[in-house]
Ligand binder design. Sequence first.
Ligand code: MG
Length: 387
Amino acid sequence: MKITDVQACVVGRSEEHSGGSIWTFVRIYTDAGIVGTGECSSAGPFSNGFATKETVLTLKRFLVGQDPMRIGPLYETLRRHSRYSGGHTAPTTFALTGIENALYDIVGKALGVPVYQLLGGQFRDKIRLYADCHAGETNEPQAYAEKALEVVAEGYGAVKFDVDYVSPGKYDTYNWTASAKEMTHIINLIRATREAIGYEIDLAIDCHGHLDLPSAITLAKAVEGLRLMWLEEPVPAENLDMLAEVKRASSTVICTGENQYSRWEFLQMFEKRAVDVIMPDFAKAGGIMEARRICDIADAYYIPVAPHNVSSPLGMMAACHVLATIPNFMVLEFHAREVPWWEDLCEGDKPFVKDGWMAVSNRPGLGVELNDKAARSLLWNGDTYFD
Ligand code: MG
């Protein structure tokens, strides 16, 4: 079997209407008639959308004519060719992710097995989800509590809320010190949510790296008794030594990783003892096998994996195949509760998401295909669809 063509297209009506994401889909064609589709995140300033697609098309010349069954050597060839031009970050790592996921789809289809079978088999056949929640514009504790109860009633056993961008008392947009008023407001939001849902539901809180070190430590200590599933990116993700300071300062569980890529960046995080839980984004971090490597290194440090996820059903299923095959899986994000066409974008065993869980597909390959008509209607900024 030989690769005959590589194409890419960008899908997402708008950031607002895509669950915060614009998706790049990679399609790889073979002379055996087997076609694989992989998904990755789009990259570029303010997600202009096309940087990843352009990178995929640039890498095409290394793929056409090659045997798609040799995923490892092909992946390493692309990665090494990109190393000296910023290849460890977006958009190259994103493009590698989409390409590798499409190759796994092809190999699974060629062998007639689901991708999880290529990764060592299942620890679990359905994946526990947490719902990413927004409480609207009011930013009041009562609104957080009500939204949390609404989501729990849908069957979710875990929820996450943001506590940045919500700050009365903020005196300077650029300074990341939380004033007494702002800190009190954030703590009240978290406490109201916990009191509403009780301790049988898991609760994560995301700061999006919008606090400085003293503010992050103050918050982590203040919410210790509320037993968070985790406090996410309390400080920006770039300085892992400072994240480690936050982690050491309290018993609150600290999580980061959606802005880190590849096994090497996560290895640094573990070596510095900077996190309790990691949340790699499998549409960004480097592909199915790279995700697996990250999870395995985490397991060697006894660290659980709770991936960030804003993907379509196709990319989310790719993540589920990996998460089915590792012992240290904790919970996976679902970001599209309020995107009404999310399920319609893809074909497969529907509904993909039900009662706070996603079943891992038993179909050959990834087990999810784009719905061509739906995807075509959602093309980003006048992009063209696959031939
Ligand atoms: Mg986050």
